[in-house]
Structures are given as structure tokens and as C-alpha cells.
Ligand binder design. Sequence first.
Ligand SMILES: Cc1ncc(COP(=O)(O)O)c(C=O)c1O
Length: 417
Amino acid sequence: MTLGRRRFLSLVGGASLAWPKAVDAIQRELASGGAQDDEAFWSLVRRQFSIPPDRIYLNNGTLGPSPRVVVDAVTEHTRLVASTYPPGVSWDDLKASVAALVGGEPEGFVFPRNTTEAVSFVANGLDIGPGDDVVSTDHEHIGGLEPWKSVTARRGASLTIASLPVPAADAGSLADTVWSTVSPSTRVLAVSHMTFTTGTVLPIAELARRCASAGVILCVDGAHPPGMLSVDLARLGGDFYASSPHKWMLAPQGTGLLYLSERWREALWPTLASGGWDDRSLGAHRLNHMGTIDESRPAGLLAASEFLQAIGAERIEARTRYLRGLLENGLRSIPGVDVTSPEAEGLKGAMVSFSLNGVESAELQRHLSRVASIRTRVIGEYAYGWMRLSTHIYNTPAEIEYALDLVDEVSRNGLSG
Ligand SMILES: Cc1ncc(COP(=O)(O)O)c(C=O)c1O
């Protein structure tokens, strides 16, 4: 049992909490095996979820289904509070567990409700003013971009949008493309770690180095990689990293992450100010004082973090990449499919986007949902019109084969059938 879980148990009176024991049982069961194609292992993982067998969920990029241990943690916490017990969650345990999963120093973490809120905390917490420019891209989600639009509009600053290539060829040219829009008036570079449009991984470590030497603040919208790729926030660099653990970390809806590099922990202005906001000795924790919150969410986030660690970040990345590989290779072999995600392995994770010649993605989406209860996402933003499919640890090769067969059939016969 990890230190975090033991402390959590003692904090809330242990005996009434089932989920830490369930995580330990999962860890014991998953102690061996786990190669990317070890189907016996991954079917044990699948059994931890409540996803009906006839439902094919390929939209983790929007929202991750929580495994049962996470739902139990939320429910147990809610029940204890309703019984007038004040269980609470230890911030220290939560920070330690999340840092063990995604890297970074525990004291750098703040827990807002989602990426949108986290990026808003950054945009509103900096002293941006007239003459300052914020650089972003034409592949940002509204949650990562609109906070910057609103702050630059309100404060008389400007916003410059870099146009990213589709598909992207390599990390060096991507870094150069983004950097070509940076000027002496650039105060902030606000970009995704992985774009929601094509699942392209941006070269964040390289951009962080360039930002540091040019005195530009780097704010990364990391809604996707944590829980999908093995991430090390300390090595990645940059000033701020925002994420939504209710996506790939499989945490309950409404659990966000914001990581602040050391220099901002005492310096970022709070957007929500409560007691202690001006006590610099609290560091980033000043920003965790947000009034009364639903503490079942951090309880669920802790359970999700422990669950993922019971499986292991490297195993998870290998499996999600393996499944994406089956999906991507299959799509590339279907006549009329144009894959908009990059080919270079280093630029991609577990999301693939594509279009099918002559078929509207929204029509294809409806078809897949109607005939096989397959959940997908259409990237309607910026009028791109691509279909996006995500693969996570609960998906199976058989599900992917089935989805591919259906796309192949539509490519040959259209949607009339
Ligand atoms: C890249 C990216 N950033 C931000 C968001 C917004 O996330 P949230 O709604 O959790 O704030 C999303 C949601 O899909 C996203 O894909």
C-alpha cells in the first residue's frame, strides 16, 4: 500500500473506506504481465470499469469513464459527509500522489475544476497589459484559448495565432512554426501539449527552452497527456501546466490540475481569493483556497491517481499507443480515408483524426452510434470537420477491428445501407 493511501485511510477512519483496499487488490492482480498486447492482462483492466460490453467508447478525449474504484471513492466520501462525518482529503496526499504520476514537485499543484478554469487562473493572474502580445495556435480548444481572448480584449493586449501544419511532419518544424510568430512584444505563449484536433504532440520541452531564454511565459494546455502518456512535468519545463484529470486520468467530472513552476508559486495573482491568498509562505497552495468545494472530487482524483499507478504509466502509454497504432494503420488502409494526425511516432499519442472522402463526419458519427453504439467526436471547431477517435486502457483490439470494419464498409458502400 502506498504512503498516500495509508495516510488517507488514517485520515478518514479507514474501516469505512473500501476503495484503497480495492486499489491494493487491483495492484496485486496486475503485478505481472501487461505487455502492450497481453490481452489477458488488459481484460482484467477492462473489468475494473462499468462500460457495457456492447458499447464501444472511442471518445476518451472528451471525457474518461471512471473505473469503479473512483466511483466508490466519490460515493463513500459523499456518504460520509452526509452522515455528518468530516472526512476531508489530505491535500498533501493528493499532491504527493499526483506528483508521483505526472512528475513535478508536490507543492506546485493547485486543483481547480478543469483545464478551462486552470488556464483562466493563469490568464487572469498575470499582469498583462497594453503592448503585450499572447501567441497561440489555430488548434487550441476553447478551454485553452478563450481565457486568453477575454483577458487580452479586456486589458488592451493583442493575440497572435500561429497556423499549424496538418499533418505535422516533425518536432523541429513544429517548434519553428510556432516560434516564427513570437516577437519582442510576446509576453505569453499559450499552446496545447497535445492538440485536441489531431492528437499532435507539440515539442513543449523545446518551446520551454526557447521561452526561458527569450523571457516569454509558457502556459501549456495539457488537457490530454496526463493519464495517457508518461509525463514528467519537471523535465518538460515551462511556467504553467493545466490539465483535466476527468479525461485520461479517469477521475470524476470536475477535477482539474494546475501546475506552477517555482517562480510563480508566490507570484501569480489569485482569481479566486480567500483566506491566505496573500500569505506568500503558502506558495501555490494559496490558490487552493476556493471556498467550500465538493471534496468528493479530490477524493475521486486521489483514487484515480492511485488506480493508474497500480497499472503503471509506462504500461498505460504502451497500451494506448498500441491500440492507436491498430486503429491508425487500419484507417490508413481504407480507401478514401485521409488521416490528419501525424505519421511520426514522437508526435502522437492515443487520438487519431481523419476524414472519409464524400462522407460528412457528423453523418459517419451518427451511423457508428446507431449501428454499433460507438461513441466518437467530430472536430467541428474551426470548420475542420474531422472525426476523432481515442483509445484508452479499457478498449480492446476487437472493438477497434469492429469500428474499422464499419468505416471500411461505409467507404465502399456509402451510408445508404
Ligand atoms: C486541448 C483541450 N483543452 C481544454 C479543454 C477543456 O477541458 P475542460 O472542459 O475540462 O476545461 C479540452 C476539452 O476537450 C481540450 O481538449
